[in-house]
Design a protein around this ligand. Sequence first.
Ligand SMILES: Nc1nc2c(ncn2[C@@H]2O[C@H](COP(=O)(O)OP(=O)(O)OP(=O)(O)O)[C@@H](O)[C@H]2O)c(=O)[nH]1
Ligand SMILES: [Mg+2]
Length: 454
Amino acid sequence: MGCGSSTPVQTVSAPPATPAGGSGNIGGGDADPSYRDRDSATSFVNKSSKTSIAESRQIDSELERARNEDLHKIKMLLLGAGESGKSTIFKQMRLLYGNANRSDEDLKMYGVVARSNIVVAMRKLVTHLGDLGLEEELDRESKNNASIADNSMTCREAYDELRAYLVDNSGTASAQDPGTANGDSGVGENGGKTDWVGNSPRAGLAANNDAKLFLAHYKAMEVLWKSQTIKQVWVKRSAVNVIDSHKDYLNDIARIASPDYKPTTQDILIARVRTTQVVMEKYRIDGIDFEVYDVGGQRSERRKWIDCFDSVTAVIFVAALSEYDQSLAEAKRTNRMVEALELFRSVCNNRAFANTSIILFLNKKDIFMEKIQYSDIAAQRPFCDYAGPTKDSDHGVLYFIQKFKDCLIDDEFNDSFIHVTCATDTNNMEFVLESTRTIIMTDNLKRSGFLGAD
Ligand SMILES: Nc1nc2c(ncn2[C@@H]2O[C@H](COP(=O)(O)OP(=O)(O)OP(=O)(O)O)[C@@H](O)[C@H]2O)c(=O)[nH]1
Ligand SMILES: [Mg+2]
């Protein structure tokens, strides 16, 4: 649901002014039919004015009720750059406060998304392997492991198959058809059985096509993913922006390729779909109404944010800690962390949020902790002033917290407003979201004067 229609105060408009009372009844003889007309018009106006007074009172009381509801409602926005984890947090809120059950349609859509996410990741890794000049390494590995290669495919053969079908599009059309490639009779079948996920119109054409490619070539993906060479590419994935959490999908290709595959809650949490419209969910938690808005974070999406800026109680600003060595998907020359810092600065200094609690989630701590072991913060040009020890995640986190604090004009940013999070971990999010809720409610009471300022 779009945010423009969220508050009745904005959508209910007052009726046009109605003339009150008549012009005085002069005479009333039958001789002049115009008088009769005027009389009946007057009595109509009298009757209609009574109705309109009643209507107007009703509208007033509805406006009052809506205003009261607004006062007691917590409106929360999730803001941040693309891929920072906003929609993942949004999904966690649904798990914790809303309806955790998903319809079959939803599950099928996420099934197609998971399969297509794997193809997108593999396409990038295969391309990057070639760009890094690691094909000879792959040849060596193939020769050494030829005797232990399962299903009679070497990692070089797997790479060639994936390069042809996923990257160069030089494979023959028949082998692109998953049915044919697997020896099945056609689309909708998988290994001779009906595929439970099948097609999902809601996932879009590109995702469905990639999901078909996945079923046709998943064996080659499994073989290549198990190779040592691809591990070297994985470590250097920042250059091609592979989504880190999709490692879990890649470790589980056979399950996801199975005809009985139904996405688990964790599969849904790590599924990546770029948000392109404002989405709102309502929750009632401990008698308080919450409206939570998720927006798209990529540059082209941000002009839609302003539609939600009215009467916001709290902003959860999400930035991915792990993106310090990555560039934006939409602007390859811009460092993602630099973009997040600039965006945070403009959100904090926006007049629309002068009376709004701003909470910072430094997300993807799991990836940050892994990445810091091989990707030095100080080696990134914008962060060459990092003076802490290398491979030390605690120092790294403190350094970035300070960078975010430096974006604020005043020093009012209490540390309790900062959380270091892992949005894909439900236990972590349960704890973080509960304490965030307490902070928002307390801050809201303080701002409305019900609690002392300190
Ligand atoms: N490992 C890990 N992955 C995460 C975490 N948070 C988000 N992700 C993954 O990162 C990817 C991007 O997350 P999204 O929630 O789609 O990002 P977003 O901020 O909504 O992006 P836009 O819709 O483009 O603005 C998803 O595949 C998530 O599963 C995290 O804390 N750890
Ligand atoms: Mg999103």
